[in-house]
Design a protein. Sequence first.
Length: 404
Amino acid sequence: MEKSFSRKTHSFINAQRQNRRRRYSISSPNVFESRAGTVVGQFDNIINRLSRTNISKTHSISSNSNLLFSSTNNDLEKYDILSKLNIGAYGATYLIRDSNDGQMYILKRIDYYLPDIFRKRLFEERRLLGLLKSNYILSLISSYIDMEHKCFSMKFEYISGITLLHLVRQLRWFEESAVAFYSAQIVLAFEYLHELNIIYRNLKLETILLTDNGYIKLCDFAFAKLLSSHSSYTYSIVGVPDIMPPEILLGRPYSFSVDWWQLGIAMFEMLTSRTPFYSSSMFQTHKNVLQNHRYEFPSHISSLARCTCMMLLQPNIKKRLGCSLTGMDAKEVKQNIWFKNHVDWTAIIERSHPAPYRMKNIETNSNKTMSMLNTIESKWLDEYDQAVRSLMNVNFLDENDSIS
């Protein structure tokens, strides 16, 4: 079922939608999933030991190390803060210049004394980032415990780009060729992650960064989940209302299907400047998803583009694009006729395909440059968890949420 656009219909970029996305930007604590809990005590011991011995204020470690955050036997991290890019409930993101090599980086600081449930998620994010090496994922350079500021710090490669959300705000919507260009890179990123048995679960225009050459990188892996095998599943209420697929809302087991659903959401937003199931009421948003009650496509969108979005936003996982053929995953998406008509996969991989927009042609604003602190921002998680459970009246699994 579709609902038509009207002049009274709010654009997905309005303030209310953005505030809700920030507010519900971490997984529900009552169904929090992480295997990093065993190291929480170890990090407390590190902090206490360093406080007693006063070894130094700041230590760092390469992301190739088996440790998550270092505190001993490492070079001192020295840098100058150039500007603050973002701020959240438990931390902030900065643009810095390294005093040793003179290069600029993105520094993400998270309060050391944040709640344990968030700390577990931080450790899981750090662990996964240390495994990932892809042209389509923002690279982690180092991580360490900053004793001076009493925080965990993660240093990322510097990208002077903006998010796709900011770009849509300027252009209102993208041409189909541009949507295909960005979506193809997301497909390649998902192909890489899924081969490693990792579900991203956090795809939205705010977490897609535009680089200097016009290509994209994904950031913010706080919701990512490493499955024990390619055939394993998980249960969890993870994400924000606007991008949750039906299987999450219904408490059913899921795996990579959530990523393909979120690609459908992102494509719809890029094509129409609307979130397909959005309502000012969170409850109504969930009902729209479960009843497949979305906004209709504007008339200028081609039938093939509409069909591709609808296949990705298919409520039935077995019929959803990327999930309907066993073991195909990204290969099935690549074979879709709309992608075939718009995408030269070899040119995308080799980065020889001309980008539709480059940074030099885009108006930038330093306050809108990065949206990296979408994690650890919410203080209203119990309210959200209770709202979802009350709405669906479903008993969710709280422990042992990964099954094979």
